[in-house]
Design a protein around this ligand. Structure first.
Ligand SMILES: *Cc1c(COP(=O)(O)O)cnc(C)c1O
Length: 356
């Protein structure tokens, strides 16, 4: 049976990415060797990382002055690398979920952190608005898409200082205006590649303004100088990322990806809104994520949640259980998820509701 993969991360990759990765595991670029066993300094792998970097710049329309890095350590490593490199005195953070608060915790090790707003007391069911960011902050950090809670900021806030964003779960789903950013970062395992590599895009002139000593591996300048090859980079995830980036380019780039993502999300939210059995958990519809759709059963059907997950499994639907801290359901509609899978889920919701 065809599987419909709604996992939140690691998550669905395009067939193109998986097939080409499988092929390269057997024979990489005609070398007669597996991509698992070649030197990262081989000319064949250099070509991979160079093309992947160029495609990121091309797809996201990254202006001069920014560097694209491929690092290990996950997005969580960036929670400390960002303040290590960019926080001289004070930074402002927006608390919109678990990942945002993890980032805040790390930043506090490096200087003053002003949490400008938080929706924690409301279970992170909305994105705070009307907050004020101090103009003397070194940067304002926010999470564009809150993977666990299903909220998203698709429009950048207007703030009086440079911004840094964790875009782990919605990068490549919208255009980015880099003019106000010092850095963005994204763990690969949601919209790009298998787990193991993190994409970092950093403004070079934002570096070098902190007094502290930075360990070599945690200093962005190390990786800029060495083209992400100071030490062995995650070779296989970078190879897979290149496949995904080629696939994105062939589809028509960000504009087309966004169009598809909006269409998929609209279809599922419409089904939730039109149902008596299901209800969304995000309180302000304008905060709804188009990547992670969170919903629960209304109180009178609550005890059927487990049964619905089993019902879905019978139709090949995988990975819709909500995060353990939220419960209910979460359907992740990342770029690689075909609209057909959303149709199958919507149909399952409808059929389950009519039989109960
Ligand atoms: C998944 C996720 C993370 C954590 O990524 P790791 O690579 O596991 O460290 C951080 N931020 C967001 C928004 C995420 O979705």
């Amino acid at each position: 049976m065809k599987k419909h993969n709604f996992y939140a991360g690691p998550s669905i990759l395009s067939e193109y990415t998986i097939q080409n990765t499988a092929d390269a595991i057997l024979n990489f670029a005609g070398t007669g060797l597996s991509v698992l066993e070649v030197s990262h300094r081989s000319k064949e792998f250099q070509a991979v990382i160079d093309e992947a970097t160029a495609l990121v710049k091309d797809l996201l329309d990254i202006p001069q002055g920014f560097e694209v890095l491929w690092l290990g350590g996950g997005a969580s490593m960036q929670f400390c690398m960002i303040p290590y490199n960019l926080l001289a005195k004070k930074a402002a953070y927006l608390d919109t979920g678990t990942w945002a608060s993890n980032a805040i915790k790390e930043a506090r090790l490096f200087g003053d952190v002003e949490v400008v707003a938080s929706s924690k007391d409301a279970g992170y069911t909305f994105i705070p608005k009307g907050f004020e960011v101090p103009a003397d902050a070194d940067y304002f950090h926010f999470t564009t898409n809150n993977t666990i809670y299903g909220t998203e900021m698709r429009v950048d806030p207007t703030v009086p200082c440079r911004m840094v964003a964790d875009m782990s779960s919605d990068i490549f789903s919208r255009p980015i205006d880099f003019s106000n950013y010092d850095a963005i970062y994204a763990g690969a395992q949601k919209n790009l590649a298998p787990a193991g590599v993190t994409l970092v895009i950093v403004r070079e002139e934002a570096l070098g303004h902190v007094d502290r000593a930075i360990p070599t591996m945690l200093d962005y300048r190390t990786h800029i100088k060495k083209g992400s090859m100071f030490n062995t980079p995650p070779v296989l995830p970078i190879f897979s990322a290149l496949q995904t980036l080629r696939y994105y380019k062939s589809l028509g780039g960000i504009e087309e990806l966004e169009r598809r993502d909006l269409e998929k999300a609209a279809m599922l939210y419409e089904a939730i809104d039109g149902s008596k059995m299901f209800t969304g958990t995000v309180t302000d519809p304008s905060d709804r994520s188009i990547m992670n759709v969170c919903f629960v059963m209304t109180p009178e059907y609550k005890e059927l949640e487990k049964e619905f997950i089993d019902f879905c499994a019978g139709r090949g639907i995988v990975g819709i259980k909500g995060h353990r801290s939220v419960g209910g359901f979460r359907a992740s509609l990342y770029n690689a998820l075909p609209i057909e899978s959303v149709k199958v889920l919507v149909e399952a919701m409808h059929d389950f509701e009519t039989t109960h």
